[in-house]
Every structure is written in C-alpha cells, then in structure tokens.
Design a protein around this ligand. Structure first.
Ligand SMILES: Cc1cc2nc3c(=O)[nH]c(=O)nc-3n(C[C@H](O)[C@H](O)[C@H](O)COP(=O)(O)OP(=O)(O)OC[C@H]3O[C@@H](n4cnc5c(N)ncnc54)[C@H](O)[C@@H]3O)c2cc1C
Length: 498
C-alpha cells in the first residue's frame, strides 16, 4: 500500500467505478485534497483476461462473495470488485437515456416517474462524458436519439463484413439499425488479442472505462490519492445523524478511521445501499435499498445455417424501433443491441451439458443479440442486510413488455432470413445494470438524494453511483451515471465544498 493512509481529507470517495472515478475527474484541479478508497486492486495483464473459458466457465474474476436472493438462496453475484469497478468488464456501449426517459411514462405494467429535471438539464454533461470516454459514434441514424449540442469525438467502430450484411438485411425488413456509441479503441483492443470486449476485462488495452478514462485524469492531480485494497467497513456520522464524519476502512494494515469534510459514496447500487443500511444513515424516507432495478434482458441467437458469421467482436449495431412504443401505438418494449460475439466456450458456461464443439458450430452460424427492457421501480424490489450479508430480493417487473420485445424482434429476424432464433433470459444472478437503491428526487419523503445526488438529510454526503437512477430506462446506464457525476462535481465546486 506504500505511504500510510491520511487520517483526514477534504473529500473522500468510496469506490472507483464509473460514478466515483468520473466524479474524481470532475474535481481534478479544484485544489481539494481527494482520497479514493477502492476495495479491489487493478486487474493485472495476464492470460485469463483474454481466455473465454477462464472468464465465463471458471469465473476467474468473480468475487469470493455470496449474496442471498429473496428466497434466501445463496448465489455468486456477477459483479466485480476491482479498480474501475464493473466498467472493466462492460460492453462499452455509451448511450444517452432518451429524452422521453426523463418524463413520466406509461408502460405495459405500470408507470415510471418523471426525473426531477428534463433531458436538457443533463445534456451538456452528456457531451462532456462522451469526450472524457472518447466515444466512437454517429448522430442521425437512430430515430429515438435526443438532441446533441456536441458531436461524438470519433467516428463509429466499423461493422465487420458479416455485420454490414446484417445491417443491410435488417434495413430490408423496415428496421433502423444504428451504430452503437462505443468507448473502445478497436485497433488497440484487437492488438491485445482477437476477442470481443463485452464481458472481457480490460487490462488497459483499449477500452475506455472508469480506470482508463476518468481515473487516469484524476490521477494527474497531485492532490488526488487512490488507495486500493481498502474496503470501507462502516460509514461514520455525527451523533445527530446530520453530517457524515468519515469512514472505518480495512486495509492490509488493519482497521483505520479517516475523517472527511465531504463523503462521496460510489460503491455501486447494491453495496452503497448496504453501507447506508448498516450505518442506519440517510434513510428517513425508508427508500434506501428499495426500488432496486436491473434490466430484463435476453440473449437472442439468430442462426442461418447457410451463412457463417466469422466476426471477432460483432458488437456495432443497435435497434430502437421498439423503444418508444411497440410500433402499433402500444407501450414501450425496449432496446436491442448486438452482444460481443459468442463462442463455444462462452455458450458452454450456460449450457454445461452440451459438448463445447457443438456449441462452437452453433456460434459460427449465429448473430448474437441482447434484448433489453425497462424494469420499473417497485418498493418491494430491494436490498436488505441478513446478518451483515447482502440479500437482494429483485422483483422483476414489466416482463410483458420484454416478452413483446423478444417476440417482435424474433419475427423481424425471421423475415430477414434467419430460420432459427434461440432465446434465453438472463437470470437473477447477473445484476449488471443494478440501480435505483438510493433514488434521486425532490421529495425527501420518497427519495434518498436530491437532484445533485446530495443526501436529503446528511448535508455533506453524496451518492453518485447507479443507485441514484430513479428509472432504469432501457438503455445501458454508464453514460448517464458519468454525466450526472460530472454535473455533481461542478455543483460541488460551485458551492465551494471542494
Ligand atoms: C458484463 C457487463 C457488461 C456491461 N456493459 C455495459 C455497457 O455496455 N454499457 C453500460 O452503460 N453499462 C454496462 N454495464 C453496466 C456498467 O458497467 C455499470 O452500470 C457501471 O459500471 C456502474 O458503475 P457504478 O459507479 O454504479 O458502480 P460499480 O462499477 O459497481 O463501482 C463500484 C466500485 O466500488 C467498489 N466498492 C464496493 N464496495 C466498496 C467498499 N465497501 N469499500 C471500497 N470500495 C468498494 C467496487 O469494488 C467498485 O470498484 C455492464 C456491466 C457488466 C457487469
């Protein structure tokens, strides 16, 4: 760990994921002393990082931790404790929420609330986040795309030849496939090995993630310090509960206390809620841990036995034709995007009884999609503590919309010439898009943090991970977390807090 931990700092950030690292980048140069505590370590460059069997079959990078589900069954969560957090494994799709996602909306199985501010409020920071993560993209192809005041900093990642053909086929059946906005330097990524990047860890080899983009920027400020292997065990507050005073943190040196003028909690939606619940902090609304959301997602393999798909990365197309409605004036169904190219070793992790060779044959003829539908906020979908351990009782919602999405897209794939479409729902053990547990809102009676992610009760506590999201929308969350983190950093600076 090197030099000893300071006992005091101006700003303390817990967690180096998208929220924490981007907030740190936003505070760089402010003059404040900032300490970031991260329980994990940086992922070393090593063979397992590009080995599909190590990653998907052996769970090489998964934490040695079990959570319990609503029925009390133990499971190993697909969440990662490393420098950069879950973004090290992400698919690097950096989509903005659509303008309509900020408004109250009727869905197949209920309503979603309006955000406390409209899309236009966050728009400038979306542009800044796209610059920070050096996003490759192209405006104007997606009919649901909200207005941009800035252009994508780089042109899109090119379709591989088989995917260019898929794009043309889907256009032929009336869909509007668009280039996914991606935070990946494709030449660098492929130089490290001919693999997809989706769910493969980035060992600083081409993905722009929380570590390689915002954290790298924060580390250029001499007043910023990252401490790894530092797990916050307890949040500390003044006796009246109105101010955070610091944390108790466990490192290889043992348990220590650090006091701080401002505390930024960014441990991920599940872990931040767990820390707040354990400290009985910022929870007068009883909303901490509730409203847990995690998209309803299915993998869809479109198989054409006559046409092989030799793509390496594949993941360059999205489809939002069913995003705002089902196409016939009905409720929103969701987003479709390509998965990273699946292979025999990847499929084997979900289908262990099928020979890997057969799965490899299937994968060579499949184009692999990810269908994603909005999960609606419900108070009974929640994180609680069970004797100190995490219990995640995710109550899926809006499955009618998800089934509708899968049905509608399956039909278009058949029309586009894929005779076989295999689908599989992602299960409860994969909280990849976890959010909502420290929801943002204007009303302290029903939300945990205000529109600048500051606790309604604890005046120097901010929560800036995916927990603040009041709705999950049906696009990937990371860019919205990053944009809001930059906005919160500017607010903190403007208030003279840092
Ligand atoms: C396989 C996969 C693919 C994905 N693909 C995409 C995608 O293409 N696009 C997209 O937008 N999103 C994607 N996501 C989701 C995205 O990665 C997350 O939404 C985002 O990274 C969440 O950021 P966060 O800051 O909320 O939390 P996290 O990433 O969870 O970061 C929290 C950090 O806090 C640390 N921490 C936790 N507890 C403590 C503690 N007690 N003390 C100290 N540190 C602690 C953790 O180790 C971690 O580093 C994907 C996720 C996965 C897993």
């Amino acid at each position: 760990m090197g030099t000893p931990l300071p006992s005091q700092t101006d700003v303390l950030i817990i967690g180096s994921g998208i929220g924490g690292a981007t907030l740190a980048a936003g505070l760089a140069g402010s003059g404040a002393q900032v300490v970031m505590l991260e329980r994990g370590e940086a992922i070393p460059a090593s063979a397992p990082a590009r080995d599909a069997r190590a990653i998907f079959q052996r769970g090489h990078f998964r934490p040695q931790e079990t959570w319990r589900d609503g029925g009390g069954r133990a499971f190993s969560p697909g969440t990662y404790y490393v420098v950069g957090g879950n973004s090290k494994f992400y698919g690097a799709v950096l989509l903005r929420y659509r303008r309509e996602d900020f408004e109250a909306r009727a869905h197949a199985e209920g309503e979603t609330p309006a955000w406390p501010f409209p899309y236009e409020t966050l728009e400038p920071w979306y542009g800044q986040a796209e610059t920070l993560f050096r996003v490759r993209g192209c405006e104007g192809e997606d009919p649901t795309e909200p207005g941009h005041s800035t252009r994508y900093p780089h042109p899109p990642v090119p379709d591989e030849p088989a995917i260019a053909d898929v794009r043309a086929r889907l256009r032929g059946v009336g869909l509007s496939p668009f280039s996914l906005p991606l935070a990946v330097d494709i030449e660098r990524w492929l130089a490290g090995g001919k693999t997809p990047w989706d769910a493969f860890p980035d060992t600083r080899s081409g993905k722009l993630d929380a570590e390689t983009a915002p954290l790298a920027q924060a580390l250029r400020d001499s007043r910023f310090r990252l401490v790894t292997g530092a797990r916050v065990r307890r949040l500390l507050a003044a006796p009246n509960g109105l101010r955070a005073t610091g944390v108790e943190v466990e490192t290889s040196e043992g348990l220590q206390r650090i006091s701080a003028g401002t505390v930024i909690l960014a441990a991920g939606a599940v872990n931040s809620a767990a820390l707040l619940l354990a400290a009985d902090m910022a929870n007068r609304s009883d909303a901490v841990g509730r409203y847990f959301m995690n998209h309803n997602c299915s993998a869809m393999l479109a198989v054409d036995p006559r046409r092989p798909n030799p793509s390496v990365y594949q993941k360059t197309l999205g489809i939002n034709d069913f995003y705002l409605s089902d196409g016939q004036g009905g409720p929103p169904l969701g987003n479709i995007q390509l998965l990273g190219k699946v292979s025999g070793p990847i499929l084997k992790a979900s289908l262990p009884w099928v020979p890997e060779r057969l799965l490899g044959l299937l994968a060579r003829h499949s184009t692999d999609w990810y269908a994603m539908s909005e999960d609606l906020p419900r108070p009974d979908s929640r994180v609680t503590l069970d004797g100190g351990a995490i219990r995640l009782d995710w109550r899926r919602s809006n499955m009618a919309a998800h089934r509708g999405l899968v049905r509608a897209f399956r039909q278009r794939l058949r029309d586009a010439g894929y005779p076989v479409v295999l689908t599989r729902l992602f299960d409860q053990r994969t909280p990849s898009h976890q959010c909502g547990t420290t929801r943002m809102g204007d009303d302290p009676a029903t939300s945990v943090v205000d529109p600048f992610c500051r606790s309604h009760e604890v005046s120097n506590l901010f929560v800036v991970d995916a927990g603040f999201l009041p709705t999950s929308a049906a696009v990937n969350p990371a860019l919205t977390i990053a944009a809001q983190a930059l906005r919160v950093a500017d607010h903190i600076r403007s208030q003279g807090i840092a």
